[in-house]
Design a protein. Sequence first.
Lengths: 163, 163
Amino acid sequence: MAVRKLDEEDVEGVGGKAAVSLGELEKSGGFVLRIAQLSAFERFFTVFGESEIRISEFTVLLALSENPGIRQGVLADVLKIKWSNMTKLVRALEDRGLIARHIPHDDRRSVVLSVTEAGKKQIDATAEKMYRSDREALSMLDDAEHAQLIALSRKIAGWPEVK
Amino acid sequence: MAVRKLDEEDVEGVGGKAAVSLGELEKSGGFVLRIAQLSAFERFFTVFGESEIRISEFTVLLALSENPGIRQGVLADVLKIKWSNMTKLVRALEDRGLIARHIPHDDRRSVVLSVTEAGKKQIDATAEKMYRSDREALSMLDDAEHAQLIALSRKIAGWPEVK
DNA sequence: TATTGTTATACTCTATAACTATA
DNA sequence: TATAGTTATAGAGTATAACAATA
């Protein structure tokens, strides 16, 4: 029995970009969810372009402006950021004067955050551009699908239904 | 005008976990998509537990078994993995005897991959557990919602509609 | 010249555990 | 003892550019 030369016959038609199937994997919610998120972010960064503030930082800044005086740990939990990493993120924002940290008298272990005037300016300068880029990155979805995506995502994240 | 003591009054009621709103951010498709993906993966890893193979590696292995003899670069593109990183991943799988690399005669620049017998055994041992964990991580969705999620994700990823 | 893959490297993200200070 | 946050560090994942071999 001759050693078969795999190389030629097995490759036919699969080398091209077209006919790649992933089988069962394509029915895995977690897998497609991840690919979708990567695709969306890739597009988002292309549209959003370079900025003086990171998305993660800007997200914290925005979330903070919606919840003035929130505790650092609570915000970290909501945004799925580990406390240890939140510390660095918050420090970076504080160093640039975008947020302020306060130690409340009633629990001096905790740190309470707020957006400074400079932080508010940063938000004004960036928010609209960000939302526009975000919507553009998902421009393949019509409004109904976009709403569907948000409803499904909320459910997966365990967030309350309506809001 | 006295310096206001922010600390006490501004914090009331926001220190708790309940009433955190993210405002406009919650209507950002990209943002909620990311939170959803993180939540799902967190849950997935909890259910899936420790394994002798990484998810990224197992994904490559599975994709490979669906596309025997696919070129390394093509697979990398589909899975959104950079070529430079794919090299390491493939090397690690080859070192463990799970896949084999071939240089096809008709294009000796390229590398063509295939799953070995050991690789197939690994798939048999892990696939079912993985799919079960995946579905469990998304157990808050009913079947219709799960199908919706996959359809939306495919669309976002730019994959063909029906399959 | 363009393409396929490799190497080396750096940078961001994320995870863990030990630590402090307060409660 | 438990909680809020910090520090240090390690690890995974990702990105970039220079490179070799082949087309």
